[in-house]
Design a protein around this ligand. Structure first.
Ligand code: ZN
Length: 81
């Protein structure tokens, strides 16, 4: 595991988590995973907390786009006692 700052995009990726962008246009509500793209643009050390990235919706062109952390749901893991 690399040593990224705890609030960085790279750290999020190391945890197996994602970042998803949500268009706030109620007639659109397009959403898409954005983490890899943000890492490519800003680097893995870029902070994501309390930050608003300059995003534009690909579907409707709105700049009113928020990002939310996605927990890792793709591991297939289950509770074992
Ligand atoms: Zn949109």
């Amino acid at each position: 595991m690399k040593d990224y700052p705890a609030d960085s995009l790279g750290h999020l990726r190391e945890l197996g988590m994602g970042l998803k962008a949500f268009c706030q246009n109620r007639d659109c509500i397009h959403s898409m995973p954005i983490l890899d793209e943000l890492i490519a643009a800003f680097g893995p050390n870029a902070a994501y907390i309390n930050r608003r990235f300059p995003l534009r919706c690909r579907k409707c062109g709105s700049r009113d786009v928020i990002t939310m952390v996605q927990s890792n749901t793709a591991t297939g893991a289950k509770m074992v006692r």
